[in-house]
Design a protein around this ligand. Structure first.
Ligand SMILES: [Zn+2]
Length: 188
C-alpha cells in the first residue's frame, strides 16, 4: 500500500475518514453494523452513506454500495475516475468488485478485516492483476477508532441477546458472527 505523499494528504485522509465515521455512528444508532463511507472528488464530498442491510432488508446495502450509487447519481456517470472512497472498514469482496467496476482512483479504509477484507487482508480484488482496473489503496487510517466502534457494537449486541432470551443458557455463541453482514468484525 503506497503511503500518502505528504503531511497534508495524511491530514485530508484523517479528515474525510472522520466524515465516514459520522456515517458509521448513524448506522450504530440505527442498530446496523456500524460502517460508514464517503466518496470525495476534487476535495469535495459527493456521497455519504451508512450500512442499511437491516433497514432495507437488503444484503447488498453495504455503506460502500450505497455511496457508489449516490456518487454515480451525483456525477451522472458510472465512471468514478478521480474519486476516492473512504470507508471505516475494509471493503468486502462484493463492494471491492463494485469499486473496480466503477473505476475509483483510490480507496482509503480504516479497520482491516483479516477474514473477509478484499483490499489486501484476506484477498486483494482492488489490485487484482487481470482485472481491467486497479485502485490505489491506503489502509489503517483511524483504524483503531473505527475498529473500536465495531467491537463495541458486537459486544453490545451479544450482551442484549443474552439478557433478552432468559431460557437460553448464556454462553458465547461461536456462530453469532454469521448473522452479520460484516461477519469478521466482531472477531477482531
Ligand atoms: Zn461490502
Amino acid at each position: 500500500m503506497p503511503a500518502p505523499e505528504n503531511e497534508s494528504d495524511l491530514d485530508a485522509d484523517a479528515l474525510f475518514m472522520g466524515e465516514a465515521m459520522k456515517q458509521a455512528l448513524r448506522a450504530y444508532q440505527a442498530g446496523e453494523v456500524p460502517v460508514g463511507a464517503v466518496i470525495v472528488r476534487h476535495g469535495r464530498v459527493i456521497a455519504r452513506a451508512f450500512n442499511q442491510v437491516e433497514l432495507l432488508k437488503d444484503a447488498t446495502a453495504h455503506a460502500e454500495m450505497l455511496a457508489l450509487t449516490m456518487a454515480e447519481d451525483s456525477l451522472g456517470d458510472w465512471r468514478l475516475n478521480g474519486c476516492t472512497l473512504y470507508v471505516t472498514k475494509e471493503p468486502c469482496p462484493m463492494c471491492a468488485g463494485a469499486i473496480v467496476h466503477c473505476r475509483l482512483d483510490r480507496v482509503v479504509f480504516a479497520a482491516p478485516d483479516a477474514k473477509g477484507g478484499a483490499a489486501g487482508s484476506a484477498l486483494n480484488l482492488l489490485q487484482f492483476p487481470t482485472l481491467n482496473h486497479r485502485c490505489e489503496v491506503t489502509g489503517g487510517v483511524r483504524g483503531q477508532e473505527c475498529g473500536d466502534l465495531l467491537r463495541a457494537f458486537f459486544a453490545e449486541r451479544r450482551a442484549s441477546k443474552q439478557t433478552s432470551s432468559p431460557s437460553r443458557i448464556p454462553a458465547p455463541d461461536p456462530d453469532d458472527s454469521s448473522e452479520s453482514p460484516y461477519p469478521e468484525a466482531d472477531q477482531n
